[in-house]
Design a protein. Structure first.
Length: 106
């Protein structure tokens, strides 16, 4: 992690620290590592905590020095497992189009 991230982590909650770690992984392009760690971290969480974590990750992705046009979205279905999708801006069609970079079940 960079010094800006380490300095901003003092006095934060464990959920905020996880969100910062996940945002750092996505900024670095480590989607596979993000998926593994996210699934491991959310295994014991209830839906409200998972929603809060995703909101914190999105906030960190949209702010800061290394801002990215990534967004994490959760889809809930009653008859199947919840899925998380990492969306990015399309380079081919332009910034108005979103592209799913990674989709996985939690």
């Amino acid at each position: 992690m960079d010094t800006f991230t380490q300095a901003s982590m003092y006095g934060t909650t464990p959920l905020e620290e996880k969100a910062e770690q996940f945002a750092s992984l996505l900024r670095a392009g480590l989607e596979d590592e993000f998926v593994k760690q996210f699934q491991r971290s959310t295994a014991g969480m209830d839906e409200c905590q998972a929603d809060a974590l995703i909101a914190l990750v999105n906030m960190r992705l949209s702010n800061g020095i290394r801002r990215r046009d990534l967004k994490v979205v959760i889809a809930r279905k009653a008859d199947s497992p919840n899925t998380v999708t990492v969306l990015d801006r399309s380079r081919f069609f332009g910034s108005g189009w979103s592209v799913a970079r990674q989709t996985f079940a939690i």
